[in-house]
Design a protein around this ligand. Structure first.
Ligand SMILES: [Zn+2]
Length: 453
């Protein structure tokens, strides 16, 4: 057997392992062979040479960040004027007609744009929830884009089936037939889903929300997901109007509705849950159901601040998500960690969320939500997904008293190095797998076409 290529990340000021003991190793190194970590410890205890060596003097090294909720195509519709100052339902109504013009090329380019921004912010694994498929768009377009840029990907096959004429929120032109949705879901699982450790691609079934699909599709998606061993994802309890819709149409809270439909369990995670009530939190904790907390989006749309402290105290698995770029409007994963910390303090006081706990949400928390035991921490046998931040720049000046907390409290520029599955994808702050200038130029031209119509 051919010897695997080795990569040594050496002499980091601190290696934040996020392992069971939450070890932080001063002057630490990490040795990678192929796509796995083989050793992590004090630099003096590790080899000094490898096929490639990256000197991390002055850097903090953390597990690659995990983004649990996104709609990457929305990168094309950042700050659309008509949707700048609206709450969720009004925001959606003004954007649906624009999104109805999406093309396969737009899906591919926007996916890479969102992923580039995530990778540059230290994120190595992302989910993407694509739920609108006009003009021949397919989830395959996102999947091919992710492969090229080199991001670990949980591709969620979203769907909408209840249009305006049937009492749903989206225009009829944006919805699909339910039988076609289920057929395409099966096709995607067959073609792409890899359940193995170190998998670079998993398929997720993800009807968009209770207000855009039928009860039948929710149930059938859950049955199909369990038959095939894939995860389930949707939006839940996002704001007061969402709760009012659930009570009016289903006669139940969103958590009750989810439970009745088989949408609670360790293989399910729900985005937002801003308005999850006490019985809902208890049900999530009892069943191991995950939450994708998206603080920027929740503030942008004035949805509120999710009760994350209460969720964590109850034992609910919580990860972080940047959410779609029409409601954030960025994909800066480390920035999202900072917002999670700040927002939770506004809701529940200054001790509501500490820097290390916030960072844990974005690493081991996200890994648990996505049902993975191979990412979210640094240690032998874990995937080689790593992010290093250079603390010698202006953003961290004077913050050397606690370099780990500095990553969260300070407003840094992004990752110096991002490694995904053993491959250096960001090197010295620059994307190494694609020409970023060309990508952004293409993206801007497509965004203009899309919004102009
Ligand atoms: Zn969302």
């Amino acid at each position: 057997m051919e010897r695997e290529r080795t990569l040594l990340l050496r002499d980091a000021e601190v290696v934040v392992t996020m392992d069971e003991e939450r070890r932080e190793i001063a002057n630490g190194s990490v040795l990678v062979a192929g796509n796995r970590i083989v050793a992590a410890g004090p630099a003096a205890a590790l080899p000094r040479v490898a096929d490639e060596v990256i000197d991390l003097s002055g850097h903090v090294l953390i597990p690659g960040l995990v983004n649990t909720h996104h709609h990457m195509y929305q990168t094309l519709t950042r700050v659309v004027p008509a949707a700048q100052d609206a709450e969720l339902f009004g925001w959606l109504r003004s954007l649906y007609p624009i999104w109805a013009r999406l093309t396969p090329e737009m899906v591919a380019v926007s996916t890479q744009t969102a992923m580039a921004e995530l990778l540059l912010s230290g994120c190595t694994t992302s989910s993407d929830h694509l739920y609108i498929y006009p003009n021949g768009c397919r989830l395959d377009d996102s999947i091919a884009a992710a492969r090229e840029i080199g991001m670990r990907f949980h591709a969620a096959r979203g769907s909408m089936s209840v249009g305006e004429s049937k009492g749903g929120l989206p225009p009829d032109a944006c919805v699909e037939e339910e039988a076609a949705i289920l057929r395409d879901s099966e096709r995607l699982i067959d073609a792409y889903h890899d359940p193995a450790r170190f998998s670079m691609l998993r398929v997720v079934l993800a009807p968009c929300s209770p207000f855009s699909v039928s009860t039948d599709l929710m149930r059938e998606s859950a049955a199909l997901a369990r038959d095939r061993g894939v995860s389930l994802h949707t939006h839940l309890a996002e704001n007061d109007n969402d709760i009012a819709y659930s009570r009016e149409v289903f006669g139940r809270t969103p958590a009750e509705y989810a439970e009745d439909l088989g949408w609670l369990g360790p293989d399910v995670w729900h985005a937002h849950c801003v308005k999850l009530d006490a019985p809902g939190i208890a049900a999530f904790a009892r069943t191991g159901t995950g939450v994708a907390h998206c603080p920027c989006s929740n503030m942008r749309l004035a949805s509120g601040i999710a009760p994350v402290r209460r969720m964590l105290d109850a034992g609910v698995p919580v990860g972080l998500g940047v959410d779609g770029s029409a409601s954030n409007d960025g994909s800066h994963m480390l920035g999202e960690v900072r917002q999670a910390l700040l927002a939770q303090r506004v809701r529940s006081g200054p001790a509501a969320l500490g820097a290390r706990e916030a960072l844990a949400l974005a690493t081991r928390g996200g890994a648990r939500v996505l049902n993975r035991d191979d990412i979210g921490a640094i240690g032998p046998g874990m995937a080689a997904d790593l992010a290093a931040f250079d603390l010698r720049g202006i953003a961290y000046a004077g913050a050397g008293h606690d370099p780990v907390a500095a990553l969260v409290f300070c407003h840094g520029p992004g990752a110096a190095f991002t490694v995904v599955n053993g491959r250096v994808v960001v090197r010295e702050g620059r994307l190494a797998t694609l020409d970023l200038r060309h990508l952004v130029a293409r993206h801007n031209a497509l965004a203009r076409d899309l919004v102009a119509g």
